[in-house]
Design a protein around this ligand. Structure first.
Ligand SMILES: [Zn+2]
Length: 267
């Protein structure tokens, strides 16, 4: 079956957590994330958000390799089985994640990387006078479709360099929203198979990256009410040609797993 929680809700929840108006086309927020913030934040809000976006972390990976996700689970409070949007390819899904709108509304309905022309979470943050940073692998979908916003962009050639920049920006404690995009797992699944040694090593690196980034948040944002998310874009399957891919309206491709945590400010 396809998971019920909709990707359109992420932007609305983050906007609600930051106490700012959601972008115009954003659909209903995710009640699970809203409840987490309301439950753990003394003010009912967050003043910092870190979203880690690893590409193609399918729900079935979490089912089959649950233990591998332990570093993410122990740093977060809730796990949400999520439904991607169709077609489950990177620019279409991240387009929905950060506008709160379906593909027909945000305008990317196939694998292409134009700049999105409706309001995004990044616009909403900037319009509220807050600061956002988008840190991504250069030339990726995430480095292209959200350009031309009044936010700070940091692009680097590798996941490792992206992580280093993210750690610097977290330590600077200047941004209200930081989004970090990693793509090694997705790269390896297209070159090998979803469970090849190289792909699984990349998946494990994504888990470790989230751990390192969220530990840095705990250290450097200790005075803030912080919401953190581990939020991939779609799943994947192994094709009859024997490689990993994602494009189909099937549970393997449409289901992914998200984790969210809330770190209350230290008194
Ligand atoms: Zn992707």
């Amino acid at each position: 079956m396809i998971n019920s929680a909709r990707l359109t809700g992420l932007t609305g929840s983050v906007a609600k957590a930051l106490n700012i108006p959601a972008p115009e086309k954003a659909e209903a927020s995710l009640p699970e994330i809203d409840a987490l913030v309301e439950h753990l934040s003394p003010s009912g809000r967050a003043d910092r958000v870190l979203i880690y976006n690893p590409d193609a972390v399918a729900f079935w990976l979490f089912q089959k390799y649950t233990e591998l996700f332990t570093p993410v689970m122990i740093r977060t409070n809730i796990t949400i089985p999520m439904q991607a949007v169709f077609p489950p390819v990177t620019p279409v899904c991240f387009g929905t994640m950060y506008t709160g709108a379906m593909p027909a509304v945000h305008g990317i309905e196939k694998y292409e990387k134009p700049i999105i022309r409706i309001y995004t979470l990044f616009d909403a943050v900037a319009r509220a006078g807050k600061k956002a940073a988008l840190i991504a692998v250069a030339d990726s979908s995430m480095a292209k479709i959200f350009l031309e916003r009044p936010i700070d962009y940091f692009f680097a050639p590798t996941d490792q360099e992206v992580e280093q920049i993210a750690l610097e920006k977290i330590a600077e404690d200047q941004y209200d929203l930081i989004c970090v995009y990693h793509m090694d797992y997705d790269e390896w699944i297209h070159d090998t198979t979803p469970e090849s040694e190289q792909a699984m090593a990349a998946l494990n690196r994504h888990v470790q990256s989230f751990a390192v980034l969220s530990d840095a948040v705990k250290q450097h944002w200790a005075e803030h009410q912080t919401l953190i998310g581990f939020a991939p874009d779609h799943g994947l399957h192994e094709t009859i040609m024997g490689v990993g891919d994602h494009f189909a309206d099937i549970p393997a491709d449409m289901n992914m797993v998200h984790f969210w945590g809330f770190y209350p400010a230290k008194a």
